[in-house]
Design a protein around this ligand. Structure first.
Ligand SMILES: C[S@@+](CC[C@H](N)C(=O)[O-])C[C@H]1O[C@@H](n2cnc3c(N)ncnc32)[C@H](O)[C@@H]1O
Length: 156
């Protein structure tokens, strides 16, 4: 696949359902890293993804170690409110893996520290009350920037 979205320990089924729909509609693979806050058969998850599930290239992992092992050698990008640069300052490569954190806590701190140079943020107002965007909105923003840079391959 041209792009890969990775949700690390997602908690809210409606968010993952929306993201599944974005992935299916853009030909992007979806990778879910457990623990998940819902079952893959959850009705909210299915409803939010509507009938797009059969179009989806879905991969599920027991934990982050398994994810990194199975995708060794790939290019990883970390999307976080603590990113050192704007997502628009990155060049996205074909086959890129875009990692997003869980709704309550984001990506693990040790992972962000290890991959600091590859962390990106989506700019927001400087107000501590505006802590973050919705997870599924964040995925849509970054996926479409990456696809734009790759010239919307196979999309019309
Ligand atoms: C609701 S947010 C998590 C909030 C968490 N307190 C944090 O600061 O990371 C869930 C995920 O959405 C993405 N996200 C939300 N707002 C973002 C932003 N402004 N910049 C980059 N990523 C963002 C990140 O992947 C984040 O891990």
């Amino acid at each position: 696949m041209m792009l890969n979205v990775v949700l690390v320990e997602p908690e809210i089924p409606q968010n993952t359902g929306n993201i599944a729909r974005t992935c299916a509609a853009t030909g992007t693979s979806l990778h879910l890293v457990k623990p998940l806050g819902f079952s893959i058969d959850d009705k909210h998850l299915k409803r939010a993804g509507l009938d797009y599930w059969n179009l989806l290239d879905l991969h599920v992992y027991e934990n982050l170690d398994e994810f990194f092992q199975k995708n060794e050698g790939s290019k990883f990008y970390f999307v976080t409110t603590k990113g050192i640069q704007s997502y628009t300052d990155f060049s996205f490569e074909e086959g890129a893996f875009l990692l997003f954190g869980k709704e309550t806590a984001g990506l693990p701190k040790d992972i962000l520290a290890k991959h600091r140079e590859m962390t990106m943020r989506i700019p927001m107002v400087e107000d501590e009350k505006a802590r973050s965007l919705n997870l599924s909105n964040s995925v849509a923003i970054v996926v479409y920037e990456a696809l734009r840079q790759l010239r919307f391959p196979d999309l019309i």
